[in-house]
Design a protein around this ligand. Sequence first.
Ligand SMILES: [Zn+2]
Length: 130
Amino acid sequence: MSGPICPDCGSFNVLPLKKDNDKCNFCGWEGEKLPRKILSTDMYDEYVQEQRQKKKAREDGELFFLRVFVKAERYQDPVEDELFMMLDADCAQCSWQKPWYIYMELNSKPTKAEKDKIKKLKGVTDIKVK
Ligand SMILES: [Zn+2]
């Protein structure tokens, strides 16, 4: 199997959005066109298993994608630490280029109170939950 892999959720469900952009239909990632990757058989089995679990969790309402956008790269690490203390996340990562954000996979939707708290963290400009 080969194709572009979403840099956030790891899904192959990436489709061209515009001429120079791709979009992930699973987690909502959008960005510059991604290189195609080829998976070996071993990687493929692991990938299929992981994606199947994620898809099921999503359907069962147990998987949410949170993106917390920050003003500059230097805010990523401190905000990520705060998010880990605040939320029950399985996975988190930072974007490697603009727009700067922290991506997290959550088991439950953040509450309004949690979102308000996140918005007050230093450097945070926006929050998106999918
Ligand atoms: Zn994705």
